[in-house]
Design a protein around this ligand. Structure first.
Ligand SMILES: Cc1cc2nc3c(=O)[nH]c(=O)nc-3n(C[C@H](O)[C@H](O)[C@H](O)COP(=O)(O)OP(=O)(O)OC[C@H]3O[C@@H](n4cnc5c(N)ncnc54)[C@H](O)[C@@H]3O)c2cc1C
Length: 467
């Protein structure tokens, strides 16, 4: 019998398997033939594409992600980026630079305000302070653990008290003593990338952390995001790929896992399958009640993707955000995120991953026609803004939320939006009231992306191994 089985090899499942594997007999199951989930790199025809995540942020000395990956000797080739993103908005081009003074010059030339320096200094300070607080423990499985969690967050509460209870749009408006519609729209689109919500939906702390993402180290991962997972896989003892978990039974405090190939008995279970989709795995009433109690967090938001392969020797920036005047058809967004592979990356060169926010419900009818229509619209925008000739495009195809369901077994994407009314203590924790059942990934604490999911992995490690 196993000590642990981990269902799903996204960031959460793969990283958790590293520390579990050290102490316990652990098996990691992944439905696809490769690891990574929303952060994977897949091959279609002769070419490789990043499926979702393209930016690798927060990998720097003193931060969990850096310490954790180094502890397990996870080795991958990367390139440091001076700018996390180039924003194209009307006639403006704003590089979100890592260097503070250079960025102030950049933002002042796009949206001059005498308080810009003061505002971004506040963002920088909040981020520095936030990442120094790393003694948190988060569990909401019972009353005692909730109290303990609250205590562990006390430094954070004390440090950021005023920002936790102030809505970001109000704070910004008061801080700048009025801000132009265009500038707020720019800020909104930056916050949306990280928090999955805009400034009228988040508190100022969340907004500051989202805006601060440019002031942490950002990297381009050579060979695609998948290369990080190849290194992780090489350190694990038991990884079962192309093995889809169909059902999980609970019997006398053990779990019996039924995959498309085998059965396995385990004392403990870590679900990295999205919490919104994990209910499909169980018949057990207590487990279903637990999972379904978080249904309200599933806002049905997801991504529409366009993947391209181009034949071009132009040296594009790595990441662009194109902000449009109007919302795109079949989306909930007026911006698209475009990531280019590095020109020197042999494996990925010419590969482009483009995403925008959508709702699952838009794709339940006439999917094929809508998909083609939106793909053509996005393709035309990208070609126009980034000066790509249609003749340079070798391949172009799209993915809807249902494509994600088919491949990585989840429809809603982007994790739980950290909104004003979703205080941290309401979020699902990495442990559960059910003995031996744990969660990890972007639909549980702390949030999405490499830094967010890593915080959840660290919390899970604390809960299981008490370190
Ligand atoms: C379009 C897009 C762009 C993004 N861009 C960035 C970015 O640039 N930078 C960044 O840091 N973050 C980004 N994110 C967020 C980031 O990708 C995710 O938050 C993160 O990858 C989620 O990790 P996870 O641990 O929740 O696992 P997931 O990625 O959800 O992976 C879960 C895994 O479990 C497997 N699985 C599910 N059910 C089963 C089952 N029954 N049996 C076996 N296996 C199963 C799936 O196949 C999958 O591999 C982006 C997300 C999206 C959607």
């Amino acid at each position: 019998m196993n000590d642990f089985a981990v269902i799903g090899a996204g960031i959460g499942g793969a990283l958790s398997s590293l520390f579990l594997n050290e102490k316990y007999k652990t098996t990691l199951f992944e439905k696809e033939p490769y690891l990574g989930g929303c952060s994977s790199t897949f091959k279609r025809g002769r070419y490789y594409y990043n499926s979702g995540a393209t930016t690798f942020a927060g990998y720097e000395n003193g931060k969990y992600l850096y310490e954790f990956l180094n502890k397990y000797n996870i080795d991958f080739e990367k390139k440091h980026l001076d700018s996390s993103l180039t924003v194209l908005y009307k006639d403006k081009k704003i590089k979100r630079l890592r260097d503070f003074n250079n960025f102030i010059e950049e933002i002042n030339s796009a949206f001059y305000h005498q308080k810009n320096q003061h505002f971004y200094k506040l963002i920088l300070d909040i981020n520095k302070k936030f990442f120094q607080i790393n003694n948190y423990y988060y569990s909401n499985k019972n009353f005692y653990s909730k109290i303990k969690s609250l205590f562990s967050f006390k430094d954070l509460l004390i440090a950021f008290y005023p920002y936790l209870f102030e809505k970001a749009d109000t704070f910004i408006d008061e801080f700048f003593d009025g801000i132009s519609k265009d500038y707020l729209n720019y800020i909104d689109n930056q916050v949306l990338i990280v928090a999955q919500a805009k400034t009228n939906e988040v508190n100022f702390l969340t907004c500051a952390l989202a805006l601060g993402y440019q002031f942490v180290d950002n990297y381009y991962v050579v060979g695609g995001m998948g290369s990080i997972f190849e290194s992780i896989e090489s350190k694990l003892e038991d990884v079962k790929k192309s093995e889809f978990i169909e059902k999980i039974e609970r019997k006398n405090d053990t779990f019996i896992i039924h995959s498309n190939k085998n059965r396995l008995k385990t004392k403990n279970l870590v679900l990295n399958s999205s919490l919104f989709d994990s209910a499909e795995l169980f018949d057990d009433k207590q487990i279903l009640d637990y999972i379904n109690s978080y249904e309200k967090f599933d806002l049905g938001t997801s991504a529409f993707m366009v993947y391209m392969k181009i034949d071009s020797n132009k040296n594009f920036d790595h990441h662009y955000q194109i902000i449009l005047e109007q919302k795109l058809k079949y989306t909930i967004s007026n911006s698209i995120f475009v990531s280019f592979a590095d020109i020197d990356d042999e494996k990925m060169k010419g590969s482009i991953t483009i995403s925008t926010h959508t709702k699952n419900e838009f794709w339940s009818t006439n999917t094929k026609e809508k998909k083609q229509e939106l793909m053509d619209i996005i393709k035309a925008i990208v070609c126009n803004y980034l000066n790509i000739d249609e003749s340079e495009i070798i391949k172009c195809f799209a993915a809807t939320p249902y494509t994600f369901k088919r491949y990585i077994n989840r429809t809603s994407l982007g994790g739980i939006a950290v909104k004003y009314n979703n205080y941290v203590y309401k979020l699902p924790s990495n442990d559960t009231p059910i003995k031996g059942l744990y969660n990890v990934g972007d639909t549980t604490f702390a949030a999405q992306g490499w830094p967010g999911v890593m915080m959840g992995v660290r919390n899970l490690q604390r809960l299981i191994c008490d370190i």
